[in-house]
Design a protein around this ligand. Structure first.
Ligand SMILES: NC(=O)c1ccc[n+]([C@@H]2O[C@H](COP(=O)([O-])OP(=O)(O)OC[C@H]3O[C@@H](n4cnc5c(N)ncnc54)[C@H](O)[C@@H]3O)[C@@H](O)[C@H]2O)c1
Ligand SMILES: O=C(O)[C@H](O)[C@H](O)COP(=O)(O)O
Length: 350
């Protein structure tokens, strides 16, 4: 079996080389029709568009994407061509929760936001959104949830987007990018959405850039219809809107999911899917490397931000927006540590 693997997927080499007869590593954008033609399977990230142009006439039977999102896979074409695929549901949801948790602490410290007086709206309450909900409630925020697919399945506890627009001081997006159908999310936040907002909320996007219409967001920022924004996912990555980048409180290069824990989950799940598809024994361990010991502050919030402060990623991108892909590609994967594990005294962990 010949497998082509994205060369930025961490912790994968030893395991995949045991599983496959031949392994070729390529950059995400380096997958071409020519070099996938004789491959049986691809293990990719968001940077490889899997569509007719790439796959027609190839031997590829299976694609594993080591990511939660799968909007880079043309699922209709794959069905037509008989190509199976698998994403890694929930693999890095903990990492996005960590990112949001740090953002809330920064808003409290730097903008004086009183979290217990803040109403947070969560749009899309799946693997990530439900973790964000729990974390935000534990910090004392009031939370409103919007998830029409879940509401339509008869689940309770959801409200319309118009209620979030009326009541929320902060709105965070956690939907997939659906480009059509009843639950289309392409430009879900458009000029009409921003016009409805009553409380000048802060907008957070860690889902997919295309869920928010960039120019409408920029206009809402300039006209004061929203108070600020935290943006990790952008339209047209890596050629992002530079004016928006310089205006937002935090602008990061699509790294909310980049913890070592999330990446190792993704690698393990992608290889398990590959083994299931080809009926092979899944006999490997994927473990993130241990990090050197560190000493943490006795203040739990300070310690949480020592573990991960998105300001450093935002400052790096604002200084060098042209390095969007390099900042992602060479990212020093962080660890996910919950604040309860590091509170209560100066301690050394890892
Ligand atoms: N920035 C990052 O690094 C990063 C990391 C992980 C995931 N993501 C992205 O975050 C998003 C959420 O991931 P997830 O694992 O929670 O996905 P998920 O599929 O588990 O949950 C998505 C939720 O959105 C809901 N939804 C679908 N259409 C909707 C609509 N029109 N309006 C409101 N809700 C809708 C679904 O019912 C579901 O509950 C995805 O776009 C994923 O690609 C980004
Ligand atoms: O969908 C996901 O899992 C995330 O967006 C993930 O962080 C994307 O990472 P990439 O594949 O671009 O490295």
């Amino acid at each position: 079996m010949k497998v082509i693997v994205d060369n930025k997927i961490p912790y994968i080499r030893e395991a995949v080389e045991q599983i496959a007869d031949e392994v070729v590593y390529l950059s995400g954008s380096g997958f071409t029709a020519g070099n996938v033609r004789d491959a049986d399977a691809l293990v990719i990230r968001t940077r490889t568009r899997c569509n007719r142009e790439l796959l027609e006439g190839s031997k590829v039977k299976f694609i594993a994407t080591a990511t939660i999102g799968f909007d880079h896979i043309d699922v209709d074409y794959c069905r037509e061509a008989g190509i199976e695929w698998q994403n890694c549901p929930g693999c890095n949801a903990g990492s996005v929760e960590q990112y949001l948790h740090s953002v809330l602490l920064l808003l409290k410290r730097r903008k004086g936001m009183r979290l217990e007086d803040t109403c947070l709206g969560i749009v899309g309450v799946g693997h990530v959104g439900s973790r964000v909900e729990r974390m935000a409630r534990s910090l004392g925020l009031r939370v409103l949830l919007n998830d029409p697919p879940r509401a339509d399945r008869g689940e309770a506890g959801f409200v319309d987007l118009s209620v979030l627009a009326r009541e929320c001081d902060m709105i965070t997006f956690h939907t997939p990018l659906n480009r059509n159908g009843k639950y289309d999310t392409f430009h879900l936040a458009d000029a009409g959405f921003f016009a409805e907002l009553q409380r000048k909320p802060l907008i957070i996007n860690t889902s997919r850039g295309e869920v928010i219409e960039t120019l409408a967001l920029l206009d809402a920022l300039k006209t004061g219809r929203i108070s600020d924004a935290v943006i990790d996912t952008w339209e047209n990555e890596p050629d992002i809107n530079l004016e928006l980048l310089q205006q937002v409180f935090l602008g990061t290069p699509h790294i909310a999911g980049y913890s070592a824990d999330g990446k190792s989950n993704a690698t393990r799940m992608a290889l398990e899917a590959l083994c299931r598809f080809f009926h092979l024994q899944a006999d490997f361990k994927i473990v993130p490397p241990a990090l050197p010991p560190m000493t943490y502050s006795s203040d739990p919030e300070e310690a949480f931000l020592q573990v991960y402060d998105p300001t450093r990623d935002s400052d790096a991108l604002k200084r060098h927006p042209e390095e969007f892909e390099r900042l992602r590609g060479n990212y020093p994967l962080r660890r996910e540590i919950v604040s309860s594990a590091i509170g209560g005294g100066r301690e050394t962990i890892f």
